[in-house]
Design a protein around this ligand. Structure first.
Ligand code: UDP
Length: 243
């Protein structure tokens, strides 16, 4: 089931639901596309019609932000918990490790990508890294897609930040022969060890967004996004109801 938040569809799903679906999509013909819905994307998506279209067509739109969960609760929705893109990616890596699946990593700075892959290979030795391309490559989309198709990945993780990763997926997912796609923002930075995740206290109290905004000057503007998102979403819900 999905619900509409600020005009965008978000699925009422948990980590368990998604992990249950993964093997079905790995065996079937339909592509699994996991896209994060957070206050930033909800506030800015109207500038990018293809991102709205991507969300409409995606199989799993995850409530990746406490703001989304909060608005759902305040408006009688059924979203139970935050599904954090980073945590979900880790669970998918664990799954790929257990089942020896092939993974492709696209995005982040070259040295970050290299270190992230080193750590992934160390922590998930049975997962097969079939390829990677950094997010500042001179390759065009055609070449990137060809490089992916050559190695037939099961999972593709795209870490170009919003909106580049969503725009890239909207444009290219149809041409890539892989089963599971996820947009993962700054996750390679965390996996590389170059960027630390918020301390437990902030994660447990749902204040990870605040910690990340305060600890990175380029993200400071995002502090105001959460209250703006909540107010706009409530207003939207009052005018549109559930659809
Ligand atoms: N990035 C990239 N190519 C670009 C712009 C960004 O590969 O042209 C990467 C960047 O290096 C970082 C990630 O995309 O690894 C974006 O991280 P950010 O923290 O901005 O994303 P968020 O987690 O907020 O979506």
């Amino acid at each position: 089931m999905r619900e509409m938040i600020l005009g965008l569809p978000v699925d009422q799903i948990t980590y368990e639901d998604i992990l249950t679906d993964v093997p079905k999509f790995l065996e079937g013909n339909q592509k699994m596309s996991i896209i994060s819905v957070n206050p930033q994307i909800a506030l800015e998506a109207n500038k990018y019609p293809s991102v709205i279209d991507l969300l409409a067509k995606s199989t799993h739109r995850i409530p990746d932000g406490i703001g989304v969960v909060l608005v759902s609760k305040m408006t009688g929705g059924k979203i139970k918990e935050r599904v954090a893109g980073f945590d979900l990616m880790v669970k998918l890596l664990e799954y790929a490790n257990k089942t020896q699946k092939k993974c492709f990593f696209y995005g982040a700075k070259p040295e970050i990508l290299q270190d992230a892959i080193k750590n992934i290979q160390k922590d998930y030795p049975n997962l097969i890294v079939v390829g990677s391309i950094d997010g500042y490559t001179k390759m065009d989309d055609h070449e990137i897609v060809a490089a992916m198709n050559k190695v037939k990945p099961d999972f593709i993780f795209v870490a170009l930040g919003f909106p580049r990763q969503e725009l890239w997926l909207a444009e290219n997912m149809g041409s890539v022969n892989a089963h599971v796609f996820q947009d993962v923002g700054g996750s390679f930075d965390v996996l590389s060890g170059h960027v630390k995740r918020a301390p437990d206290f902030f994660i447990k109290t749902h204040l990870e967004w605040l910690y990340r905004s305060l600890s990175n000057p380029t993200r400071i503007g995002r502090i105001v996004q959460l209250p703006i998102f909540v107010v706009k979403s409530l207003w939207w819900k009052m005018r549109n109801g559930n659809d």
